[in-house]
Design a protein around this ligand. Sequence first.
Ligand code: F3S
Length: 428
Amino acid sequence: MPDLHLTPAEEALLAGSAGPGVQKAMQIVVALGRIYAAPDLTPITHAQISGVSYKNLGDAGVDFLNHWAAEGASVRVPTTLNPAGMELERWQEMGISPDFARPQLIAISAFRQMGVTPTMSCTPYLFPGIAPRRGDHLAWAESSAVVWANSVVGAYTNREGGPSALAAAIVGRTARYGYHLEANRLATHVVEIACPLRTIADFGALSYIVGKEVGDGVPYFPDLGAWLPPLPADLTTGGEAGDRLKTLGAGIAAYGAVALYHIAGVTPEARDLGERLIRGDARRLTIDSLAPAYAIMDANPETTQIDLVTIGCPHASLTELRRVAARLHGEKLATRLWVTTSQITRARAAQEGLIDLIQQAGGEVVADTCAVVAPVRQLGIKRMATNAGKMACYAPMHSGVEMRFGDLEQCLEAAITGQWRAPSLPPI
Ligand code: F3S
C-alpha cells in the first residue's frame, strides 16, 4: 500500500517549521491518514469541533486545550464550536454552579485563543455565511451536522473526533479517506417506507429503526421524498422539510453511526445519479411501522409528571421557533420548557418577536447548550420530555433522566399542563 503523500509544505509543518502546536496537529492528521490508508491530504473550508462541554472535557480536557493554545496553535480555516455545558452569558440565571462554570469558561477562552469562533451550536449549517456548499471538504465532529453536510448539502466530511477536527482546523486540511472519496458514498442499503411520516417525532422514530438496521452504512431512500415538503430556498431557516431531515440525520447518527444518506429526487447526489448510487450488493428493507421505535424511545411510560420539556435537538431552527411561539401564544406554562438553539438563530427569532412570545408564556429560549451537555441533574431535572430522536437516546444515557418521547404538540401540551398525556396521533 503506498504511503501517505505529503507536499513539501506539509512535510515542513510535520517537522515543526510552524512551532510545536502546529506540529502536534499535523501529527494527528497524518496518523489518521496512515491508519485509514489515505492517499494524501485535502484542504478543508471549515471545521466544527465537538466535545466542548466541561461535562465531556473534564479537567484533563481543559488542560489539554490550554496546553495546545499555549503552544501557539491557531486555526487556518473558519472553525466553530459545538454546544457548551451552559449559556455563556447567563449561566448564573440557569442555576449552573461556579465549579462547573469556571473550567467551562477557561475551555472556551482556550478555543478563542486558537482563533475558534465560539458559536456553541451543533447546527453550523443554519448559520448564514458559514453554511457549507456542495463539494466543500470539511472536518466536522458533530455527528448530526456531519449527516446534514454530506447528505443535504453534498459536502464531504468524515465523522471527526473533537481533537482531530481541531487538528484539521490548525493545519487547514484533513486526510482524504472515507466520505471524502466518491467510492465510499454509494448506498449500502435501500430503505423503503410503507407507513406515514407525519411529524418531526415520526422522523425521529424512523431514525431509530434505520440507525439500528444500517449501522455505519449509507441508506438510500427511494420514496421518503413523498413525506417531505420542498426544501426552502434558504436552508438556514430550516423549513418543515429541513427540520424533519435535521431530526432524521441526528437520530441515524446516534442510534447507528450513519454519516450519509440519499433521498431519491431530494438530496443532491441522488438528484444527479439516482439509482446509480446504489451498490450492487445493497441490502433492501421496508419499514411498515414506527410503533416498535416509539415503544423504546418513549422509555418511561409510567412517568407522567415532567420537570423539563426540551425542544431543539439539533438546535432549533427559525421554523421550529415559529411553531413553538405560535402554539404558546397566550398560554402559561406549568413546567419548565427549554427551546435550545444557537445565539445566531435566537437573534433572528428575536427580530420576529418569537422570543418574547415564548418567554411571556414562561418558556426559556436557551442558547449555547442543550439538555444533554448541560449538567441537568445538578439543576434538579429528573423527568424529561422531547420530540427529538437524538435527545431521547442521549439524555437518559448521559444525564440519567426518565424520558417521554412524542410529537411537538404533545410536548408543548406537557409544558402547559405539567402532565404527559396520550398522543394526539397514536404511533403507526
Ligand atoms: Fe445538539 Fe445537544 Fe442534540 S449537541 S444534536 S442539541 S444532543
